[in-house]
Design a protein around this ligand. Sequence first.
Ligand code: MN
Length: 388
Amino acid sequence: MDWFDLASKTREIVKNWGGKVVLIFHNDADGLASGTLAKISLEAMGKEPTMYCIEKMYPEIVEKIHGHHGNALFIYADIGSGEIELLERVNQGRVIILDHHKTKPPTTEKIINLDPELFGMNGGEDACGATLTYLFFKEYIPREHIDLALVGMQEIPGEPRGLNELVVKEYGKDPKKKLDRFGKIPKSVSRDLTILGSVGYYQEGVRLGLELAENGYTKNIKDKIKEFEDRRKAVVRELLYSLKLKETKNVQWFDAGDAFKGMGTKTIGTFCSFLVHKNIAPNKILLGFMNVERKIPKLNGVELELIGNYSKVSARAPDLVKARITGGEIPGLGQLLAKACSDLGGFADGHDFAASGIIPRGKQEALVLEIERELGGEEQKGLSGWIS
Ligand SMILES: [Mn+2]
């Protein structure tokens, strides 16, 4: 069955659903665009979705959402497709996934996975979450909100391809020009949504992001974007000034602790992406850690809080590490981190040159050792013997 056939069959399930509907979406620009498109559409269908905006698929959080809402219809937008097994374990209702990350086919018909990866497309190139959500709900979406798909696809580099290209054709105007509803080009709107949802995650940023995506800019939204970004930049300046990288044979790392407190965990990734182009060792994997806050920001759902204390880790590959990965000498960072994090009771995903994960707090140095072990079967020296 092709994507559009499954989408229209699945749309019938949503239309005819008599019970509760729960909408779970990611907190980056594509996630907020996807969440908004789904919310508008469900409301147009006469449904009132209970909404959760999450940064990662924390098993304990996903479990709680499903435990609380039981036999509801759960719609995942721009998140979820990487955790099919977790969803199979916790789901007691129906699940529909509109996501484009690496995935696998579900083994139960209670879960419908519309990830383009399962339809011969490349999720990292041919579609974004907002495009999938737009195409899925199209008949319920006001014509002008097609711009949210253009905003969502900004996370994918290069010219639009596959389903994204299809939506751009349907938009019918120059996709690089200012959008009527926003008065800005898609890239700028995407940047602003990222600041609201990711930097402002713990400070009502998600609510403001949804408001921006649905209704456009207000003075308050513009002020908040500036305030969040100014604060983030101040923290970055402070960190750059005080930063000392610890080093082992293949890894260089630092722990930002609570420096980014009040901001979402994407901030550590953004900081590492910036640092990787600075004067650091070109031949060692860069790892940055930060503390994860326990409380998940509340929209209209139940209170959610992480049970454990966690650290977020971001991994980046400087030039010589990229060469080692490309040459097949060492595995990609996504693979490396996924193994190391899961061995320590956490989880991770990502690409060859950039990846991120979650580990129980206190295991930061253990993670460095785990990576060293994976990379070379170094004899165990203990961390102190490696720090230079
Ligand atoms: Mn996305």
